[in-house]
Design a binder for this molecule. Structure first.
Ligand code: SF4
Ligand code: SF4
Length: 153
């Protein structure tokens, strides 16, 4: 009885010794992420104009359940607010990566990237501004955005 238990254990060990491991040697080896992975929130830039798609409508800020998005509108030369952001900020440490801001945006101006290595050395290092958030619109970026938005298949 005792010997058969050992034999079973050895058999299992031997079987697994010849199987391909399911683990990878991260960070040297990195598995691809699925489209729609919710990484860092980013602002989409139109590559033709170099301008953000954002109109500073603030719907994303209203949709954010933890109220971390701060947007100010740009002004024209007469001081009248225009539909374009002067600043767009949030702190990565406060984000819960829910994607509701992306869902709320009616202008396809917001996405979530596939960035997953987001560690920083200080709270200030996690501050996000328009420059850090800029991501150029490509077919891949738009596919990722659509999937986070819930429109992609
Ligand atoms: S992903 Fe969620 S928590 Fe993060 S900024 Fe967007 S709405 Fe707010
Ligand atoms: S909802 Fe979209 S267009 Fe409106 S402020 Fe947010 S990112 Fe900009």
């Amino acid at each position: 009885m005792y010997g058969s238990g050992i034999a079973k254990g050895l058999k299992t060990t031997l079987q697994h010794s010849f199987k391909r491991p399911v683990t990878v040697q991260y960070p040297e080896e990195v598995l691809p992420l699925p489209i729609g992975f919710r990484g860092r929130v980013a602002l989409v830039v139109n590559p033709d104009t170099g301008r953000y798609r954002c109109t500073a409508c603030s719907l994303c800020a209203k949709a954010c359940p933890v109220s971390i998005i701060r947007i100010t509108r740009a002004k024209d030369e007469t001081g009248k607010p225009i539909p374009y952001p002067e600043s767009y900020q949030y702190n990565l440490l406060e984000c819960i990566f829910c994607g509701l801001c992306v869902e709320a945006c009616p202008f396809e101006a917001l996405t979530m990237t596939q960035e997953r290595e987001l560690a920083v050395y200080s709270r200030r290092g996690a501050d996000q501004d328009m420059e850090k958030l800029a991501i150029e619109a490509t077919p891949e970026v738009d596919e990722q955005r659509a999937r986070v938005h819930g429109l992609g298949q």
